[in-house]
Design a protein around this ligand. Structure first.
Ligand SMILES: [Zn+2]
Length: 312
């Protein structure tokens, strides 16, 4: 095809490019006559609009934050959505201004997690019509993951431990709740283990056959100090937290939320994304599926938004 570049781009030689070996550029498909509709182009069929608040880790009057339905390779991948069925260019001034505030706030919350050096913020919008921004955390010291291939690495790296993932979700939700809204992600439950189990585990650790959950899951407090409250015009109206049973207490930023009871279960913690790729993202309750693997968006951040449909 005449439009297909013959040579590989320079980035295949970048240290951050995840692949090696013989590569070739795919033939370009013919230009489409029209742009196909995205998931949820109409609000009535929008998965984000139909997703319940319980599918999110934090909600407010005008914004919601969701996660994937399961841990992925990066320390944290979150999606910020407007509650209203709008796309980026449709935001009225109030929401546009709040989007800036929310972007900064969520970036700060994720960056405060232990082991996070940088937070990439992306908006693609090719898969789902409902506004959603991706926040991807780059692990500290993983210099090879720097740059635009981070979303690919999220699917390449082995998933982080689920306990750590849930703890991170709870920390971010609690941080956001400091400024208003309602946290829905709960801190991880304490798993009581019989002494014999601990013994066998410590033996396994000593033998180098496994990681010690007691050590690897050690919580780490956010590094950054509490932030001042924002101007009144950006303050989210707080909603009653009593409505949702089992909701994590809103700890101050920098303060690790404590489990209320060791037997609690996770309600609304795991966002589910059905859209994206792997069967994995078939979590419950999520509303918005991520984009299919082949879709433009699906290639984005590992994409599996827990909710959205098109994740992308
Ligand atoms: Zn919508």
């Amino acid at each position: 095809m005449p439009d297909t570049p013959a040579n590989l781009p320079d980035f295949v030689s970048w240290p951050s490019f995840p692949f090696e070996g013989d590569l070739r550029v795919k033939p370009l498909e013919p230009i489409a006559d029209h742009e196909p509709p995205r998931q949820g182009e109409d609000a009535g069929s929008c998965l984000a609009c139909s997703a319940p608040d319980e599918a999110y880790i934090w909600v407010s009057e005008r914004w919601r934050v969701r996660a994937m339905d399961r841990p992925t390779g990066l320390p944290m991948v979150l999606i910020l959505e407007s509650r209203s069925h709008l796309d980026l260019g449709d935001l009225p001034n109030l929401l546009a201004a709040e989007l800036g505030v929310m972007t900064v706030r969520l970036e700060r919350a994720i960056r405060s997690l232990d082991g996070v050096a940088r937070v990439h913020v992306n908006r693609w919008g090719d898969g789902s019509a409902h506004l959603h921004l991706w926040f991807l955390a780059r692990p500290t010291g993983r210099l090879q993951l720097r740059g635009s291939f981070l979303s690919l690495w999220d699917e390449i790296l082995p998933p982080i431990p689920e306990s750590q993932w849930r703890e991170n979700l709870a920390l971010v939700a609690a941080w956001l709740a400091e400024f208003g809204g309602r946290p829905l992600a709960e801190p991880p439950r304490i798993e009581w283990q019989a002494p014999s189990t601990l013994l066998s585990q410590s033996e396994a650790v000593a033998a180098g056959t496994t990681d010690s959950p007691l050590l690897s899951d050690a919580p780490t407090p956010p590094a950054e100090p509490a932030q001042p409250r924002e101007p009144a015009q950006f303050a989210e109206s707080a909603q009653p937290t009593a409505v949702v049973s089992g909701t994590a207490p809103a700890a101050a930023p920098g303060v690790r939320p404590q489990p209320v009871e060791e037997t609690r279960t996770f309600v609304g913690t795991a966002p589910v994304d059905q859209s994206v790729g792997a069967a994995a993202r078939t979590a419950p309750g999520y509303g918005v599926p991520a984009a299919p693997p082949g879709s433009p968006e699906g290639s984005s951040p590992g994409a599996r938004p827990a909710t959205s449909s098109a994740a992308s």
